[in-house]
Design a protein around this ligand. Structure first.
Ligand SMILES: Nc1nc2c(c(=O)[nH]1)N[C@H]1C(S)=C(S)[C@@H](COP(=O)(O)O)O[C@H]1N2
Ligand SMILES: [Mo]
Length: 198
């Protein structure tokens, strides 16, 4: 099984590369519309039930990479903090809190959405959003915030970093050509919205 680097996956850090990040000191705060806002350390995240999903990260810049992602289901986190019924969106913040993006709770709760720490059984490096990033194969990659430090449970939607710069608020995947990085960048076609399956 290949790493993201071996698959020549582009490394996107629109806000600037964060440098080296210490897995053992990583903390994610979960705040907003919940009964028990709390922080999760790296060690605590690893003690939660782990989930593996096979899926594609697909960029609006038209490349897509598939692999086995491991992490924690959002339902696990939202149950622990006791999300309130008024919460409709999850807003993710990356390290430095310049990059943010939001997704509807119902998409976060879909089968393959994860707070991911591994790709093809290896921990994610800083380049690819380690220690912990969002993985949401149902929407364009800009919704999959890297190196997440905060998850805000929101009643309403706020456009994030790329949404403020012209990408769609929904992040809905649109049909068209796309380079499949698992096939050496061969151009394939995205047929419709939703999870990309070539
Ligand atoms: N913090 C942060 N997260 C981010 C981005 C970014 O620039 N900064 N780029 C997004 C976009 S546009 C895509 S396609 C994916 C790319 O993930 P990769 O850099 O691991 O390939 O990360 C998303 N998450
Ligand atoms: Mo992207």
């Amino acid at each position: 099984m290949k790493t993201l680097e071996e698959l020549n996956t582009p490394i996107f850090w629109a806000e600037g590369h964060p440098g080296s990040l210490e897995r053992d000191k990583w903390v994610i705060s979960v705040t907003g519309k919940c009964v028990n806002p709390q922080q999760f350390t790296w060690q605590q995240l690893l003690q939660l039930p782990q989930k593996e999903v096979m899926g594609r990260l697909t960029s609006v810049t038209r490349w897509s990479v598939e692999g086995l992602w491991t992490g924690i289901a959002f339902s696990t986190i939202l149950d622990i903090v006791k999300m309130l019924p008024s919460c409709k969106y999850l807003r993710f913040w990356s390290i430095g809190e310049i990059y943010d993006t939001s997704i509807p709770v119902d998409i976060a709760l879909k089968e393959k959405s994860l707070l991911a720490h591994s790709f093809n059984k290896e921990y994610l490096s800083e380049d690819y959003g380690g220690p912990v990033r969002v993985f949401v194969p149902y929407l364009w990659g800009y919704k999959s915030a890297k190196s997440v430090v905060k998850i805000e449970l929101m009643e309403y939607y706020i456009p994030g970093f790329w949404e403020n710069r012209g990408y769609s608020d929904s992040g809905e995947i649109e049909p068209g050509p796309c380079r499949d990085l698992n096939a050496d960048g061969e151009i394939k076609y995205i047929q419709g919205p939703g999870e990309v399956i070539f």
